[in-house]
Design a protein around this ligand. Structure first.
Ligand SMILES: [Zn+2]
Length: 287
């Protein structure tokens, strides 16, 4: 028997980090041409389980404990209202600027002994994937911890429960760390069930950037690409983006989310518009 989704967050008991996601931009091998076909210009769009953010997805937050951190009910509640609600309101507001009316339903699982639920990673989740090997089994363990036989099993259940074909997963850890996303980046990943990992606070920072980080990572799941260049593979795009989209949420997250925008290219990569912005008709953007 499946674990019941016990929080539908309206009645639920009521971070973050600079994203280090292995962004699709770094795998962008398309050569710029005058007649580039649309899908080559947004290489992570319409792939994996989270295809298109112009259609309402369902989001499930998994408040995961590990061997060195755990969520209290109060901490879950505070994170929900301060970070998740703020980040998700931001996404709805930004979508509306492009004429897309999103109503983002969301729910969560957290450890709840009174219901016999323990959402626990057996081990210590890597806090900084730039320095340590990433915890690749985090999603599998989260699903298993809830009683599902696999991630696919959990996804099928939640698709049915929500009535939505797209379910986005956000795994939240109650400790400092560097958040990341695991999006599909190529047609061969099309069956991938995508998820992201966010931390309740940033590494080496006292600024609360969690709402911005949640929005940033969820945008990745639907196809958005980083503008900063953590791996040094797209230096020309990174430079150009500073001019074209200086406050874009895919460029920076280390601030209040409401000072950031989803620029025209970000909107294009997640399906809020189907028009490639003219400012991207620049060879440096595609390198
Ligand atoms: Zn990122």
């Amino acid at each position: 028997m499946k674990t019941k989704l016990f929080i539908t967050i309206a009645s639920i008991l009521i971070g973050s980090a600079v994203c280090s996601t292995n962004a699709s931009a770094m795998d962008f091998n398309t050569t710029f041409t005058e007649n580039m076909i649309v899908d080559d210009s947004r290489s992570s769009f319409n792939l994996g389980s989270c295809k298109d953010l112009s259609e309402d997805p369902y989001t499930v937050f998994l408040f995961l404990d590990d061997n060195e951190s755990s969520w209290t009910e109060t901490e879950v509640s505070e994170f929900w209202y301060n970070s998740i609600e703020t980040g998700y309101s931001y996404l709805e507001t930004e979508a509306a600027r492009y004429g897309v009316n999103l109503e983002l339903e969301k729910a969560g699982y957290a450890t709840d002994p009174s219901h016999g639920i323990s959402l626990k990673y057996n081990g210590i989740v890597t806090a900084n994937l730039m320095e340590e090997s990433v915890s690749h089994d985090i999603f599998d363990q989260a699903a298993a911890s809830l009683g599902f036989s696999s991630v696919e099993d959990m996804n099928q259940y939640l698709q049915s429960y929500s009535g939505k074909s797209q379910v986005a997963y956000v795994i939240a850890l109650d400790k400092p760390g560097r958040s990341y996303a695991y999006p599909a980046q190529a047609p061969s990943h099309n069956s991938l069930i995508e998820y992201c990992v966010v931390f309740s606070s940033n590494l080496n920072s006292t600024v609360d950037t969690s709402a911005a980080t949640i929005a940033h990572e969820v945008l990745h799941l639907f196809g958005a690409e980083d503008y900063y260049d953590p791996y040094g593979t797209t230096p020309k795009r990174a430079e150009l983006a500073k001019t074209l989209y200086p406050n874009d949420i895919m460029h920076i997250t280390a601030t209040d989310v409401n000072t950031l925008t989803a620029g025209a290219f970000t909107a294009y990569t997640v399906g809020w518009t189907d028009t490639l912005p003219s400012e991207c008709n620049n060879a440096d953007w595609w390198q």
